[in-house]
Design a protein around this ligand. Structure first.
Ligand SMILES: [Zn+2]
Length: 398
C-alpha cells in the first residue's frame, strides 16, 4: 500500500520527469519528433523502484538522474525536505551541502538552501551548527522573504536552549507586527525574573516583570510572580490586590491564582478576610476549586455538617465531578463522626465511581492544540505557544 512517503516520492518523480522532459525538449531541434526517449534511463529505473514500493532506492536513483542546475535545484530541495520528513535528516544534509558546493547558485537560492540545511541540523539535534548557519544567513540576508522563517527558527532554538535574553534580543524587531511573539517575549521576561528571584535579585526580577506587563498587559504569570515577591516582602495587601488584577486579565486563571491568594491571607493571619473574598469571587465565577476552598474553611471552623450544607448548596449552582467527590468525602467523614464502624456502602460505591471518573483526568488544556496535562505549563510542549494552556472549565473540570 502506498504510504505518505511514497506519495511524496511520486510527486518528486513527476517533478523530475517534467524537468528532464522539459530540458530534453528545449535541447531538441523544432523538427525532431517529441518522444519519451529523451528521459534518462535512471528515471525509469527510479520509477520502477517506486512502483515496487522501494522508496529509498527510488530516491537515490532520482538523485543520480538529476544534474544540479537552475531547472532542478527546486527538485533537489524538495527531495531534501522529503528525507527530513522521513526522519533521515542526515541524507537531507548531504543533498543540501551538495547544492551549496555549487558556485553557480544565485544568492537567493543559496539563502534558501542554507535555511533548509539549518532545519536539517535542528532535526538532527545539532543546534549550535543550526544557530551559526541562521545567524550567518540573517547577517547576509536583509530583506528577503526568508528572513522571517529564519528568525522564527533561530528564536525557537534559543527558546529550547533557555537563552531567554538572546531570544528577546533576536525577536525584538518583530514585536510590533506579531502579537504572539510579543506574548512569548513577556514569558521570556518572566523566565528571567524567576532566575533573578532565585539569585535573590528582587529589583532586577521586578524590572523584568514590569517589562513583561508592558509587552503583554494580559500576562497573568507576571502578576503571579510579582505577588510572590510582595509576599516575600511582607506586603500582603499589595499581593492580594495584584492577585485580584489577574481576574481582570483572564478570569479562567482564577484556579491558578487561588493558592497564592489563600497564602497571602493566611500569612497575614486574616482568615475572615479570605472567606469574605472567596464569597465575593464565587458570585462571579463559581469554580470547583473555589467551592472546595469555601467548604474547607467552613469545615475547619464549624465542622463537617455545616461544610456539607455549604458545599451542597454551592454545587447545586455549579455542579462538577471533583466537587461531588469532595462532598462524598464530607458525607463519609460525617458518618464516621456519628460513630459508624464503616460508611454506608452506597457512599463507598459512589466514591469509587467518582474516583474512577477523575483518575487520569487532566486539569489543564491548551486552547490552541488541545494538549492536556495535570499541572499548568506556561509553554505548551506540543504547539510551543505561550500562555495558551488554561484550567479546564465545566462539569469535568472547574
Ligand atoms: Zn498547544
Amino acid at each position: 500500500m502506498l504510504d505518505i512517503a511514497l506519495l511524496g516520492v511520486l510527486f518528486v518523480a513527476i517533478a523530475i520527469g517534467y524537468g528532464l522532459g522539459f530540458r530534453q525538449a528545449s535541447r531538441r531541434s523544432p523538427e525532431t519528433t517529441p518522444t519519451n526517449s529523451g528521459l534518462s534511463r535512471d528515471y525509469f529505473v527510479g520509477l520502477n523502484y517506486l512502483l515496487n514500493e522501494q522508496p529509498d532506492e527510488a530516491i537515490n536513483t532520482f538523485i543520480n538522474a538529476l544534474d544540479v542546475n537552475s531547472d532542478t535545484v527546486e527538485t533537489h530541495i524538495t527531495l531534501g525536505r522529503l528525507f527530513r520528513s522521513r526522519g533521515e535528516a542526515d541524507k537531507a544534509v548531504s543533498i543540501h551541502q551538495n547544492l551549496l558546493a555549487r558556485p553557480a547558485l544565485s544568492d537567493a537560492t543559496n539563502a534558501k538552501v542554507q535555511l533548509e540545511l539549518a532545519r536539517d541540523f535542528v532535526a538532527l539535534g545539532v543546534h549550535d551548527r543550526a544557530q551559526r548557519l541562521l545567524r550567518t544567513l540573517l547577517d547576509q540576508d536583509h530583506d528577503s522573504e526568508l528572513r522571517y522563517p529564519a528568525k522564527r527558527l533561530l528564536i525557537d532554538l534559543l527558546e529550547r536552549e533557555k537563552d531567554w535574553q538572546s531570544a528577546f534580543d533576536t525577536a525584538a524587531p518583530l514585536f510590533k507586527q506579531y502579537p504572539n511573539i510579543r506574548r512569548a517575549a513577556a514569558h521570556w521576561q518572566c523566565e528571567l525574573a524567576e532566575i533573578e528571584t532565585a539569585n535573590a535579585s528582587r529589583a532586577l526580577a521586578k524590572r523584568h516583570l514590569k517589562k513583561a506587563l508592558q509587552l503583554d498587559p494580559q500576562c497573568v504569570r507576571a502578576n503571579l510572580i510579582l505577588a510572590d515577591l510582595d509576599m516575600d516582602n511582607g506586603s500582603y495587601p499589595q499581593a492580594i490586590s495584584r492577585l485580584t488584577r489577574i481576574l481582570d486579565q483572564d478570569i479562567a486563571h482564577l484556579p491558578t491564582m487561588l493558592p497564592a491568594l489563600k497564602r497571602a491571607y493566611q500569612r497575614n493571619d486574616d482568615v475572615v478576610g479570605l472567606e469574605t473574598h472567596l464569597n465575593q469571587l464565587i458570585e462571579v465565577a463559581p469554580y470547583t476549586s473555589l467551592i472546595i476552598e469555601l467548604g474547607e474553611l467552613v469545615h475547619h471552623r464549624d465542622g463537617v455538617d455545616p461544610a456539607i450544607s455549604v458545599t451542597g448548596e454551592l454545587l447545586s449552582r455549579a455542579p462538577s465531578l471533583r466537587g461531588l467527590n469532595y462532598l462524598v468525602d464530607l458525607y463519609i467523614e460525617s458518618q464516621r463522626l456519628q460513630g459508624r464502624d464503616s460508611p454506608d456502602t452506597r457512599l463507598v460505591l459512589l466514591k469509587y465511581h467518582t474516583e474512577a471518573l477523575l483518575k487520569d483526568r487532566p486539569r489543564h488544556r491548551c486552547l490552541r492544540c488541545g494538549f492536556t496535562s495535570d499541572a499548568l505549563q506556561w509553554q505548551c510542549p506540543t504547539c510551543r505557544y505561550w500562555g495558551t494552556i488554561k484550567p479546564i472549565i465545566g462539569v469535568e473540570g472547574e
